[in-house]
Design a protein around this ligand. Structure first.
Ligand code: ATP
Ligand code: MG
Length: 389
């Protein structure tokens, strides 16, 4: 009898002909995640099964697997033969700390076996009751369920719990994206959400040193590192943004400052996305949250984008729900550290909430060497690589 971990896929089972494509990427990601552990991984009996691991490492292995997108749940199981006596022995062990009511649920993939699912459930239930006479059977609302999964080749798995995993689609299965990562609460969450849908992400940060400090940049790198538990090793591109902000400040109407800054961010983002082979841009905008996120503001910042789709996974979320996710994924405490983001540099007293495209373009036409400044920022970007410990 061996202890094993059974993994279950999330949406992949809904895929048709291209299911193999998703499975292969998921398997590659699982292997990468578990690279630091000594264990055996095997796809067999219609399941992905991890075995021959050090029991002392079990909690760490389970924690690591819980961050792999594409996995729906996992169970720590006893692997034994299809012999009812062996199955009963495993089930009895599983119930050693159980109180109250229980039931046995059997799934029998091998239909050639000389017993039915009901017979096996009854026999196993009987063995459990023999050993623990205080327990009672409740088929409808038990405190504890013993699952028996009888597979082909004289193999069965006995377990009681399904531990939820991260869900979503395997990283890389949806292609590549460029995520705009500030030091705030929102963008780490938008990054997480799009990684969960299978995008392999590169992060982009606009940094206005010395208006924003070294610590502000390091905070973003720290956030990217926290996220890399889910996203895998990630490139963080830091764009020097000071000159652009100073120039916009010098030439443009002050109430248009933020709008114009955001338009320049999007221009740079699209150029970098194309350079990096990213098929989309992601940001943490949330409708109506601040002046730069009104419908009119989003319209004029979006309009500089020529080809790529811009995904805003938080657009319909309440801040409180975003904070909730940030806490769950472990980025919140870092996000609330008090370092300024470049958007607060040259912040006007009353930023325009309903900017017009005509006025944006009029202001931009006054900025000397605007296109060159954008290209210079792209060319001078610095690349960092972050990875989980
Ligand atoms: P966040 O909490 O993510 O900073 P926010 O509510 O502060 O968001 P804004 O400052 O308007 O909102 O920014 C909206 C989005 O623009 C951010 O979610 C992020 O995707 C992007 N963004 C803002 N500042 C930067 C920056 N310095 N570098 C990269 N992206 C940025
Ligand atoms: Mg911000």
């Amino acid at each position: 009898m061996d202890k094993v971990i059974i993994l279950r896929y999330s949406e992949i089972h809904l895929k048709g002909k291209n299911r193999m494509f998703f499975e292969n990427i998921l398997r590659r990601n699982i292997l990468e995640k578990l690279g630091k552990f000594e264990l055996k991984t095997q796809f067999s009996y219609g399941r992905y099964v991890i075995s021959e691991y050090d029991p002392e490492q079990e909690n760490r292995i389970v924690s690591a697997l819980k961050t792999v997108f594409g996995l729906f749940s996992l169970s720590i199981a006893t692997k034994t033969t299809a012999d009812p006596a062996d199955i009963a022995e495993a089930a009895v062990k599983l119930c050693s700390e159980t109180k109250g009511t229980f039931r046995v649920t059997v799934n029998r993939a091998d239909k050639t076996l000389p017993y039915t699912s009901v017979e096996l459930a009854k026999k196993t239930g009987g063995a459990i009751l023999n050993e623990y006479p205080d327990l009672t059977v409740d088929l409808h609302d038990p405190d504890f369920t013993v699952y028996i999964d009888v597979r082909e080749k004289n193999t069965s798995f006995v377990y009681s719990q399904s531990i939820p995993c991260a869900g979503g689609m395997p990283i890389g299965s949806a292609g590549k994206g460029l995520t705009l990562l500030s030091g705030g609460i929102d963008s780490p969450v938008s990054t997480y959400m799009m990684a969960k849908r299978g995008l392999k992400l590169t992060a982009l940060h606009f940094w206005s040193y010395p208006y924003t400090s070294l610590e502000a940049r390091d905070k973003v790198l720290e956030l990217a590192k926290l996220l890399s538990v889910y996203t895998g090793t990630t490139e963080v591109i830091v764009v020097p943004f000071t000159k652009i902000q100073e120039t916009i400040h010098k030439y443009a109407e002050s109430n248009y400052m933020i709008t114009l800054v955001r338009r320049s961010m999007m221009r740079i983002a699209e150029k970098i996305a194309e350079k990096k082979g990213c098929g989309c841009i992601i940001n943490g905008e949330d409708l109506g949250q601040v002046a730069s996120q009104t419908l009119e503001s989003i319209t004029v910042t979006n309009s500089v984008i020529r080809k790529l789709p811009v995904f805003r996974p938080l657009i319909g979320y309440d801040k409180i729900d975003i904070i909730d996710i940030a806490q769950k994924i472990g980025t919140y405490e870092t996000s609330i550290k008090p370092f300024e983001d470049c958007c607060t540099v040259f912040l006007p007293d009353s930023p325009v909430t309903k900017p017009t495209l005509r006025r944006c373009e009029l202001n931009e036409s006054k900025i000397v060497n605007y296109d060159e400044l954008i290209d210079e920022a792209v060319d001078n970007a610095e690349v960092f690589v972050v990875t989980e410990e």
